[in-house]
Design a binder for this molecule. Structure first.
Ligand code: NAG
Ligand code: NAG
Ligand code: NAG
Length: 370
């Protein structure tokens, strides 16, 4: 073997030191200690879990979903990246968080977290029943507890209580509890909006406390979007103009109670931190003034969405259907879900905003540095 010149040796040493640094030092980007994310919720954050579900109606495993995502359709309900992908980039996580139901989400692939989210699901067990098959939030938490956690402890050779404080627990659920539960049952239900909403946040608080008991310490709670402004809500209420207020009022009420929960739950979860991200406000601000945010169309979905009369459901894109020319200037990709361009604004605000009306009581960057 040839002798290595001292200069070459120094260069090699330098390169190998440099290459090792990120793995030697568990913190990066000015002190974030975050190793990964565990993600729970609905289609806003589902990144392919429903692909594996038989009989699920809420699927996005076909084009034009993923038209702007490397590799195409993945099951994400948008043209490109969802808010979790983009938040992961801000946190400089090394990879996309894998979907729980994919067979390769095992072993070393789980060390940066797992995504359990399921399109059509809600906080309540019976939400989304009309959509064939969904994984409800309780089941998502159960999957974390019984499947991922033992394997993660084995992978990292440490106890959950030591490991989990370096992960974010992101929850984005609740919209479907209105769309695919409360409003569907409204004609016969005897529960007021107030009582139903309290039931949702109480149920969610039990789910958060369950995660806390398992070792979770850093939570990001995403608000519900203003779904009354979505193309599908408007199409269902053709005689009203503008956003559908009764839907937005319900979504807003939930968000108000969720923000209140951030303070109310702390005494029961010592040494934990929760951040409320007001995606509702971020999207509402974009819709009120699209141009100032670089958007041109804030009312029409970008893809072709067949109505119920046309054999669709008014929400999902037509398989192989047409799409708008410029996805970056549309707010909505289909009848309900925002484009990557909107997700990018939400993720940026979640990570860096200093407005308490957008992130409360701190932003995700500050949360990650605790
Ligand atoms: C790093 O953190 C310190 C203290 O929190 C802050 O003053 C500084 O602006 C941060 N630097 C960057 C590049 O974020
Ligand atoms: C109405 O309330 C009663 C008593 O609380 C309950 O048993 C019943 O299931 C409710 N009906 C509906 C449709 O929710
Ligand atoms: C698409 O829209 C974005 C945002 O409004 C704009 O910056 C870009 O120039 C547009 N692209 C084309 C090809 O028109």
């Amino acid at each position: 073997m040839a002798q290595i010149e001292p200069q070459t040796f120094h260069a090699l040493l330098f390169i190998s030191l440099f290459a090792c640094l990120p793995s030697l030092c568990s913190c990066h980007d000015n002190g974030t200690k975050i190793q990964g994310m565990f993600v729970f919720g609905s289609s806003l954050v589902d990144n392919g879990n429903n692909n594996q579900l038989r009989d699920a109606i809420a699927k996005a495993d076909y084009l034009p979903y993923g038209i702007d995502f490397p590799g195409g359709a993945t099951g994400r309900f948008t043209n490109g990246k969802n808010v979790i992908d983009l938040l992961g980039q801000h946190l400089q996580l090394p990879a996309y968080i894998p979907p729980f139901t994919h067979p390769s989400t095992r072993g070393a692939n789980i060390v940066h977290g797992v995504n359990y989210a399921s399109g059509g699901s809600g906080i309540l067990d019976d939400t989304g029943a009309v959509l064939g098959n969904v994984i409800c939030l309780n089941k998502q938490v159960e999957n974390f507890e019984h499947v991922t956690l033992p394997e993660l402890e084995q992978q990292l050779d440490n106890k959950a209580q030591q490991i989990l404080q370096n992960y974010l627990f992101v929850v984005s659920s609740g919209g479907n509890d209105y769309s695919f539960n409360y409003f569907l049952a409204l004609p016969t239900a005897n529960l007021t909006l107030q009582a139903f909403t309290s039931h949702l946040t109480t149920t969610l608080s039990h789910q958060l406390k369950r995660l806390y008991k398992l070792g979770a310490r850093k939570f990001v709670l995403m608000s519900i979007n203003p779904n009354g402004c979505s193309p599908s809500a408007k199409a269902r209420n053709p005689r009203r103009s503008g956003c559908i207020q009764y839907v937005n009022r319900a979504n807003h009420l939930f968000n108000h109670k969720l923000r209140t929960l951030v303070d109310a739950i702390l005494p029961q979860m010592p040494a934990s931190n929760l951040v409320f991200v007001n995606a509702y406000k971020v999207i509402r601000d974009i819709i009120k003034n699209p141009a100032s945010n670089g958007f041109v169309d804030a009312s029409n979905g970008c893809c072709e969405v067949p109505s119920i009369d046309e054999g669709g459901n008014g929400i999902l894109c037509k398989k192989g259907g047409s799409i708008c020319a410029n996805r970056s200037n549309h707010v909505f990709f289909d009848g309900l879900h925002p484009t990557e361009a909107v997700n990018a604004v939400i993720a940026r605000k979640a990570y860096t905003s200093i407005r308490k009306t957008e992130v409360y009581p701190m932003n995700v960057k500050q949360l990650s540095q605790i």
